[in-house]
Design a protein around this ligand. Structure first.
Ligand SMILES: [Mn+2]
Length: 467
């Protein structure tokens, strides 16, 4: 048997360990999304335990240009590799970058300052599937022996959709999962991949099935009828049952029924992907209460995202660092506000029939939608459009900046069949003078004002014969 290979980043990580050990005054800048907030919180917990004075700020990528370093050590987590950091290379301050995004620079680019950038791409690892920003910070915490923080690495990976193509965690993500399973913080369960495992009544969770339009999609009555027909009780006493309440037999009955329904709806070329669409690994945090939104990794990541979208990353951080009292209440409030906002904007898109089909794509002008949730809305509205085509939403960037934010979401079946929309959107955005990228099923771009039509036309044409 071959022994599991040592992580090639270990040498760099022990250098990072030294930098942290020597520093007394530390500043962390972390990305303001689920992965970045978790990454920053993990670092903060680590530094608390080490007795290191530190400040932390969660920022969007465009804020990096305005930053000034005044601290002995600056740590960038879940960002930095894709940004110009020339001005941070000074003799007076040290810099540590822990990122997983495609790097602009080569390893050891800066020679005239103490600057350490650790990125999986330097070691031929894929930063979109093998490790997240939070995973990178966990690897550093692990050098101090903090194995109990591994669950945060799992949350980051899920929040960053690193399991979206296979339904499983792979590469270093899997090693981090092993750490957390062995220490009893996480249970990994092969399960139906239906969102809302702990908090949604099963019939509601099923009604959100959106990768393919089924009779149950957006139809709760139909979901109840289906469960009745299958002999799966929807209630336990007065309480609605959730997916997590189902027995293995019930889950397998439901699985078979979903396979049957899907086989009827999807074109033959997609049939072989059906099991992957409804089955995947789920991750339960064993220290969280049952039916809490923190118990399931994908529901937890939604809660963190709600804090970030409403510009309160510090609330998520307090929860992540262990506050299960006040901060958790605040987080619940934000989650409710978030839900309300999304529902209202969804109605607006639907009632005004704003989804416009083209040959290969469909789009909507989301001018009344905040740019940081345009992707979420696109994902939710897909089930009201044509699931066979990707949906593109656009809106003003806002915040005093010119230009448009574009977001794309699509059924996972399109991605399984080989289209990488993240790469495609980057190419198309560049053609109209913008930038873009992301995952195959969820990606986005920034494009100049007035270039929407050109963008949509080029996008639509480039998909001819591909989907
Ligand atoms: Mn990330």
């Amino acid at each position: 048997m071959v022994e599991s290979q040592e992580n090639p980043m270990n040498k760099a990580l022990s250098k990072a360990h030294e930098m942290v050990e020597k520093a007394e005054d530390i500043k962390i800048y972390s990305h303001i999304d689920c992965d970045g907030i978790t990454a920053g919180s993990l670092l903060s917990l680590m530094l608390d335990r080490l007795g290191k004075e530190h400040e932390i700020e969660f920022i969007s990528l465009d804020k990096i240009d305005d930053l000034k370093t005044t601290n002995e050590l600056t740590i960038f987590s879940d960002l930095g590799s894709g940004q110009n950091l020339d001005k941070f290379c000074t003799s007076s301050s040290k810099v540590l970058v822990l990122d997983h995004h495609p790097p602009l620079r080569e390893m050891n680019h800066y020679k005239k300052c103490e600057f350490l950038e650790i990125n999986p791409h330097f070691y031929n690892m894929d930063g979109s599937y093998e490790i997240s920003g939070g995973g990178m910070t966990y690897l550093l915490a692990k050098t101090f022996g903090f194995y109990d923080l591994s669950w945060m690495g799992v949350l980051s990976a899920v929040g960053d959709m690193q399991n979206s193509l296979t339904g499983k965690l792979q590469g270093l993500n899997q090693d981090i999962l092993t750490d957390s399973v062995q220490n009893n913080f996480v249970e990994s369960i092969n399960d139906l991949s239906i969102y809302g495992r702990q908090t949604r009544p099963l019939f509601v969770a099923l009604s959100y099935f959106g990768d393919v339009n089924l009779p149950i999609t957006n139809n709760k009555t139909e979901c109840i009828l289906m469960l009745n027909k299958l002999g799966i009780p929807t209630k336990n006493g007065r309480k609605n049952r959730s997916l997590c309440d189902l027995s293995v037999e019930e889950k397998s009955t439901l699985f078979s029924e979903l396979v049957r329904m899907l086989s009827r709806e999807v074109p033959p070329k997609y049939v072989r992907y059906i099991p992957k669409l409804i089955c995947g690994d789920s991750y339960e945090f064993l220290n969280e209460k049952k039916y809490s939104p923190l118990r399931d990794a994908s529901e937890f990541s939604t809660a963190v995202n709600a804090c970030s979208r409403h510009e309160h990353p510090e609330i998520a951080m307090r929860v992540l660092k262990g506050d299960r009292a006040l901060a958790l209440d605040d987080m619940d409030d934000l989650a409710r506000e978030h839900k309300r906002y999304l529902a209202q904007k969804m109605d607006w898109v639907r009632e005004e029939e704003r989804i416009i089909p083209m040959n290969n794509i469909q789009y909507f002008n989301g001018s009344e939608i905040k740019s940081n949730v345009i992707g979420t809305i696109a994902g939710m509205i897909l089930s009201y459009g044509d699931w066979k085509k990707p949906i593109i939403g656009f809106t003003e960037i806002g915040d005093g900046k010119d230009g448009l934010k574009v977001s794309l979401r699509c059924s996972r079946l399109l991605a399984y069949n080989g289209v990488h929309f993240g790469n495609l959107i980057r190419k198309v955005a560049e053609k109209v003078g913008g930038t873009g990228g992301g995952h195959s099923v969820a990606c986005g771009a920034y494009i100049p004002e007035g270039s929407t039509e050109a963008f949509l036309n080029i996008f639509d044409e480039s998909l001819n014969g591909m989907i």
